[in-house]
Design a protein around this ligand. Structure first.
Ligand code: SF4
Ligand code: SF4
Length: 56
């Protein structure tokens, strides 16, 4: 997963749906733990501003 932090408004919606607890917010940005992420796409599909994408 990659996040475009210029689009992300830090709403926290993706954090709530992530089954792997791979997402967290610090004071400036959404952080993705790539070791935990299984690329299930739940966060990509739920983000209201399309800030998340699967890595190529
Ligand atoms: S793709 Fe799935 S496992 Fe990875 S961060 Fe998003 S919700 Fe979590
Ligand atoms: S759902 Fe989208 S806008 Fe909200 S915190 Fe996650 S990446 Fe940012």
């Amino acid at each position: 997963m990659i996040v475009q932090n210029t689009l992300c408004d830090q709403c926290g919606t993706c954090i709530a749906v992530c089954p792997e607890d791979a997402l967290m917010l610090n004071e400036h940005a959404l952080i993705i733990d790539h070791d935990k992420c299984t690329e299930c796409m739940l966060c990509v599909n739920i983000c209201p501003v399309a800030a998340l994408e699967k890595k190529q």
